[in-house]
Design a protein around this ligand. Structure first.
Ligand code: TXA
Ligand code: MG
Length: 328
């Protein structure tokens, strides 16, 4: 059975409330939603995605007020950032205390990541379902995140109950994940809110954890993975992908695809070229990233060459995804 795709928010909400799985559009990527308070439904999310149970889920709320009601001790620093960036592509890791969610949601951690999406349909769905919705990206574990309803159909259509079609995602990369303390904000995953935006909005240091704890230093310090989902290979097409600083003069043998911010001077040697933004706008590039990777992956190439963007603003999130799309 292939899941029905449509725009029936009432039906989607009823299904969530009944413990079923519904994929839904958010501004970042499509999520695979389940009632966060229902362990059987949450377990089904892990099963359908083939996701390891050590990788916790983000819980989605319809409003900042509902987050505050659920987490009575909402740290001041988190409050300030929530005021500034919610609804929007920011996930904040909070102590789980008595939040009432299934333990499976946070994979045994004492914390839980929460966010209020800005996509109107997503918030209507959560409000109508009358409960917070746990949702990872609606793709098979480790594969490319979906930014349209048909991407979800391709990977999960057979296994879920409904897909709430809210059109193509306008941000196109996942939310930024942060952990806050009184003294600092730790950025755990680059995403739709940039480190520059966070730095200008809070009065403390923003620590770029992925940069400071690359695999080597992490091993040498023997510290745990700050965010369990930051496995090195992720967002991966089936075709081997290599990330480079600039278009190579000699390209590898065989059928090679290129993914780059802007068109190359000479695209002749490549079998297929995907340009993320003709004008070089990283925002537009983020919106196009995952669909472009899917098109290249569908083109039966021997290799994909991806060119790194300038490492600033949304370029950081895009480079992070391309880096982890490499077959190590
Ligand atoms: O934009 C998004 O965040 C999308 C949409 C659907 O909201 N969701 C998403 O979920 O990307 P997922 O499951 O693909 O990625 C969640 C990330 C993982 O890297 C996970 O390890 C991290 O958030 N995470 C979740 N809970 C955490 C926690 N308590 N502490 C640290 N990291 C956490
Ligand atoms: Mg994901």
């Amino acid at each position: 059975m292939t899941a029905k795709t449509g725009t029936d928010i009432e039906l989607a909400a009823e299904l969530i409330a009944a413990g079923k799985l519904v994929a839904f559009a958010t501004e970042t990527v499509y999520g695979l939603g389940a009632d966060a308070t229902n362990s059987a439904a949450v377990a089904q999310v892990f099963a359908v995605k083939h996701r390891p149970t050590f990788d916790p889920l983000i819980v989605h709320f319809d409003s900042v007020e509902h987050v505050r009601m659920t987490f009575r001790s909402f740290p001041e620093q988190a409050n300030q950032l929530a005021e500034r960036f919610w609804p929007g592509p920011l996930s904040i890791v909070l102590p789980r205390a008595e939040c009432g969610f299934s333990d499976l949601v946070s994979a045994g951690l004492s914390t839980v990541a929460v966010r209020v999406p800005s996509h109107r349909m997503a918030r209507d769905l959560i409000a109508k379902a009358g409960r917070p919705v746990a949702a990872p990206s609606a793709n098979l574990f480790g594969r490319i995140s979906p930014t349209t309803a048909s991407h979800v159909v391709d990977q999960l259509g057979e296994k879920i109950d409904y897909i709430l079609d809210g059109g193509p995602c306008t941000v196109g990369v996942e939310s930024t994940v942060i952990r806050v303390s009184e003294l600092s904000v730790e950025l755990l995953r680059h995403g739709g809110i940039t480190i520059e935006q966070l730095t200008s909005a809070c009065r403390c240091d923003v620590i770029d954890v992925p940069k400071e704890t690359d695999t080597n230093t992490r091993e040498s310090r023997n510290t745990p993975m700050p965010s369990p989902g930051m496995t090195e290979q992720h967002y991966a097409p089936r075709t081997p992908l290599t990330l480079v600083d600039s278009i190579p003069e000699r390209i590898p043998e065989g059928q090679v695809g290129l993914i780059a911010l802007q068109p190359p001077d000479d695209s002749g040697a490549f079998s297929q070229v995907e340009t993320l933004s003709n004008s070089g706008d990283p925002r537009e590039a983020a919106t196009n990233l995952f669909a472009a990777l899917r098109r290249l992956d569908a083109a039966t190439l021997d290799r994909i060459v991806a060119v790194r963007l300038p490492d600033e603003g949304l370029g950081r999130a895009i480079n992070d995804r391309l880096n982890r799309a490499q077959h190590h």
